[in-house]
Write a protein that binds this ligand. Structure first.
Ligand code: IFM
Length: 446
């Protein structure tokens, strides 16, 4: 199967940015060359990671990055999105870790030499453990520590970076990490979750200030994950449940960024004693202009009214699901983009992650992952449809470059377009990777 889009589509030209994405903790390994982070601590607690694994070696990318870069080049991408490991580049006293910074400088220079644009995420969940020991994202001070980290990185990287994202998916850091406790640091408390979310957003705003000063020519923004909500039935109750789920789960992040406030429906749903403490001026810091919005899309949510919790979620009968149990629903990406465009004054949008975990089989040196390939085809078409409907989408990144550590699900879930044999660290480009490379390489100049 080939990936195809209408010839007239902006997505079929070289003006549209295509890339692959990774994150530091998920691929780097070499944990002995950095400070411990909250995910090291979390993984060491029995029962937290389904296969009992950790990120100590991961894809050994720190030692194999040149080979990985050669793979990236073979994929014909315009851009590579990766994250910087805060505990690798800063000592606990805030001074620079030059060995860590030099790793990223070498990677950035090599990307530049190959003409591949660097999309750098500053925070993809690996908070230094010493900061968690001081309260982590529940502690307002962490937002200012993040600003200092953003300052160090952006001054060091100079003009090598095409785009910065302050945070990747603050929902996951705050909600999964502090509100329900299935991610590091494993705290399950609504007040903690909502306070962590506020401090993450504040950290984003403070970091934007230094990025716009130190790196005015890069595209500076944030990456949010969103699964649009659909009512299970057309009853008013289910429609209200779907709207509440969206506000509670993702407009909680978008509304402060674009309108300097938390969504009223979600605030009314959360008990007053779990509301975040907000200081004067915080919302204006959070809501300063973005050069772009990064959106990570995987699936939708189907919701019904639940008197106890406000909303409950179901997977529709007969739905096609990925190995994560997530429904394959490309129309959700079009609906999400058009819906956001109607609700907010959006800057240019990049799909910073999209992809699927599938049960891959390596047979005779090949992975024939046709279902993942179909997923990419249908979701690229969904982005095309959103652009045709007037949404300014300028790029798309496949998640992920290669199989990697899928957080609480360890190494059992494979999202890569490149297969990784963890015993040998051998990489094999899957059929989806070959098809994407052919499509990226076939685009017209425009
Ligand atoms: O692997 C993650 C990534 O780190 C963040 N976005 C979702 C991906 C798949 O779960």
């Amino acid at each position: 199967m080939k990936i195809q889009l209408p010839a007239h589509s902006p997505l079929a030209t070289n003006t549209f940015t295509y890339g692959v994405a990774t994150a530091a903790f998920q691929i780097e390994g070499a944990a002995d060359q950095r400070l411990p982070c909250i995910w090291d601590t979390f993984c060491a607690q029995p029962g937290t990671i389904s296969d009992g694994s950790n990120g100590l070696i991961a894809c050994d990318h720190i030692n194999r990055w040149r080979d990985d870069l050669a793979l990236i080049e073979q994929l014909n991408v315009d851009a590579y999105r990766f994250s910087v490991s805060w505990p690798r580049v800063m000592h606990a006293d805030g001074s620079p870790n030059h060995a860590g910074l030099n790793f990223y400088l070498a990677l950035l220079d090599a990307l530049g030499a190959k003409g591949i644009k660097a999309y750098v995420t500053l925070y993809h969940w690996d908070l230094p453990q010493h900061l968690e020991d001081a309260g982590g994202w529940q502690n307002r001070e962490t937002a200012y520590k993040f600003q200092a980290y953003a300052d160090l990185v952006s001054r060091t990287f100079g003009d090598r970076v095409h785009s910065y994202a302050t945070l990747n998916e603050p929902f996951c850091s705050a909600y999964l990490g502090y509100e329900v406790g299935i991610h590091a640091p494993g705290i399950a408390c609504q007040k903690a979750g909502r306070q962590a979310a506020h401090h993450l957003l504040l950290a984003h705003g403070l970091a934007m200030q230094v990025l716009q000063k130190n790196s005015p020519n890069s595209l500076n923004g944030i990456v949010l994950n969103m699964s649009p909500g659909y009512p299970k039935t057309q009853s008013l109750e289910d429609q209200e449940a779907a709207a509440l789920a969206e506000d509670f789960l993702f407009h909680w992040y978008a509304e402060p960024l674009f309108n300097c406030r938390y969504p009223a429906r979600a605030l009314a749903h959360i008990p007053a004693d779990a509301h975040p403490h907000i200081e004067t001026g915080d919302m204006e810091i959070i809501g300063q202009p973005l050069d772009y919005l990064g959106l990570n899309y995987y699936t939708r949510g189907v919701y019904h009214a639940d008197p106890a919790t406000g909303f409950g979620e179901t997977i529709p009968n007969g739905a096609q699901v990925t190995d994560m149990g997530w429904e394959v629903f490309p129309q959700g990406l079009t609906d999400l983009l058009t819906g956001l465009n109607a609700r907010y004054a959006l800057p240019p949008v990049y799909i910073t992650e999209n992809g699927a975990a599938m049960k891959d089989q390596l047979r005779q040196g090949e992975v024939n992952d046709q279902s993942r390939l179909a997923y990419f085809q249908s979701h690229l078409r969904a982005v095309h449809n959103a652009v045709a409907a007037g949404v300014d989408v300028q790029g798309y990144f496949a998640w992920s470059l290669m199989d990697n550590f899928e957080w609480a699900l360890g190494y059992e879930k494979r999202f890569g377009i490149v297969h990784v044999d963890y015993a040998t660290q051998k990489r094999t480009i899957k059929a989806s990777g070959h098809a994407l490379a052919a499509f990226f390489g076939s685009r017209s100049r425009d």
